[in-house]
Every structure is written in structure tokens, then in C-alpha cells.
Design a protein around this ligand. Sequence first.
Ligand SMILES: [Cu+2]
Length: 200
Amino acid sequence: MTHPRLPPHTPALTVIAATLILAGCASTGQSSAGSTTDQSGSGGMMGSRDQGYHYSTATCSAPATLPGSNVRVVLADMAMTSMMSGDAPMGARMTLAATPSAVHAGAVSLVGQNLGWRVHELVVLPLAAGVTAGHRVPGADGKVDEAGSLGEVSASCTAGSGHGITAGAVGWTTLALPPGRYEVVCNLKNHYADGMHQEQ
Ligand SMILES: [Cu+2]
């Protein structure tokens, strides 16, 4: 397959009657959302696909049914080996793709699937009118301010928050989102700057 081009700007996830903007780990855009859905299970052995992304084999899955609108967020990176840490240098290639990009306000279940080799997470932050995803400026610690966070997915193979979604694992949570725009981000060190954010 050809090079999935990084879109010039992050796609928006519009919550009908409410806009949900998800920002997290590097955003490569919707083109990867489709391709990453097909995880041939080749993970593990440096199976480079799609511009260098290689995918971990899934180690668990989310419940078959979750409340409200469901948003699937695929996280990936180009780490050269499986890393138990989420630490990443500036400039590392990462991606975060959420589908669909628009859901109805109310109960929204986010399922974060980490197909990368690094640890990742999802944090839902409010996005003010007129502001685009990716505008936040990380601090000296390589993370953005999580003020106003509506919730996060940062546990492996279970719901809610924890110590991060490990390679191949899935985490999920259900939030009550008012109409509005939100940014889904991965806020591990440098991951936001490396592109893990998307307006949802
Ligand atoms: Cu990340």
C-alpha cells in the first residue's frame, strides 16, 4: 500500500449536538484508522507496515458492548523494540486515530487499542471554540496541562485509569460528554508533541 500521508491537520471528531475533540498521541489522521483496523497479527517481529509502523499483537479486547456511542482509538508508534516505558524522544513517530470523529453527546465509551510498541494512554481534554487540536504547548516535562480533563483511558485490559496501556493491550472508559469539542491526547512524555492528538 502506498504511503498514508499525514493530513495537514488533525481530523475532527464531531459530537452531533456536541463536538468531541480527541487529542492524544501523534495524530496521523484517518487514513491510518482504516488500515490499522486490520491487524494481521504480524506483531512482534518487526513487521513493518504502513510507512514503518509495526503493530503489536492484541493481548486482550474490550467488552463486546459498552454504553452509549463507542469511539475506537488506535494508538501506534515506530519504536524499534517493545518498550515497557512510554518515554519517547522528541520527533518519534506516533499516531492516534479515533473513529468515528463525531458522536452524539451523552454517554460515550472510548476504547483505546495500543497497537504500538510503546506504552500509551488517552486523555480527553476540552477544546475551546476556535482552537484546533494540537495547539497545546507541552511543559518542561514533555506533557501538556490536563486541566479540565473529562477522563482518561490508561489501564491495560481493564477500564479507567492506571499506569498506561501496554503494547497490544486495550483500555476503555465511559464518559458523560456534554455537547462540545474535545481533544483526545496521549500525554506521556513528548507523545503530544510527537503528534498524538486528535480533535474528536
Ligand atoms: Cu502515546
